[in-house]
Design a protein around this ligand. Sequence first.
Ligand SMILES: CC(C)(COP(=O)(O)OP(=O)(O)OC[C@H]1O[C@@H](n2cnc3c(N)ncnc32)[C@H](O)[C@@H]1OP(=O)(O)O)[C@@H](O)C(=O)NCCC(=O)NCCS
Length: 241
Amino acid sequence: MKKIILTGAGGCMRELLWQIQICNQVHPTWEVLGFADICDQQKEVEVGGIAYPYLGDDDALLRRREETHVVICAGSSRLRKKIATKLKQNPQIYFPNLILTDTRICPDVQMGEGNIISMDCRISTNVSLGSFVFLNLGAVVCHDGRLADFVTLSPAVRLAGAVTIGAGSELGMGAKVIQGVQIGTEAIVGAGGVVIRNLPDGCTAVGVPARERTGGSGRNSVFQQGNARSMRDGRGSFREE
Ligand SMILES: CC(C)(COP(=O)(O)OP(=O)(O)OC[C@H]1O[C@@H](n2cnc3c(N)ncnc32)[C@H](O)[C@@H]1OP(=O)(O)O)[C@@H](O)C(=O)NCCC(=O)NCCS
């Protein structure tokens, strides 16, 4: 079993804990030591009847002197980048690729570090993922796709062949992109959008077909989830990006 610590402590982390439990039922792979979060008042988080201890904040991770494997559990690309940049100050921290159950990944797929490939994802031939890419439940990347660092594909996103997505871009639930389309960096595609033309850096596009939308950042409310305590309490306090 490989020992890991999760950081992020929101709904994303709890969902990944559930997926790790399922993964371990099939192939015992990951021993979760506990979780870290900026919130210092949590004692433990319980998922599926198993309690996971709180290990401290991100600074506690920075102080670790032994080799430590960390998974960054944040649906927000910006937040993943912020946490990764901070944790990389500690050379003892490693970022494994977390590949969960019922995924199908062609053996020639290239990927960096810190990627999360959730249950039921499909990644076809000659795809390359950078680092800290998050493929949420059931995302599909067809042949020759290119996903740069910190890209987020929400559940059930579908990319046709040879789609390119720039660093830090986020695609909402169920979005689809037709073949050969290039999406720039830090772009947002709204839930359910169908992208049929290239999208520039930093844009937000919604609808079918997806069109660029002006106004509203879309950044602060939609791709990140409250920490476990605030979500249970129904308060919406979010880890700051
Ligand atoms: C696109 C998105 C980022 C926009 O967020 P926002 O800036 O807060 O936008 P608002 O809710 O203020 O809506 C602004 C306008 O865009 C429209 N809009 C927002 N999201 C839309 C979507 N997905 N499809 C079509 N139209 C959308 C709204 O109807 C509104 O239109 P109006 O100005 O004519 O009334 C967000 O709505 C979205 O789809 N996020 C994806 C969330 C997701 O899938 N998360 C995954 C979690 S696992």
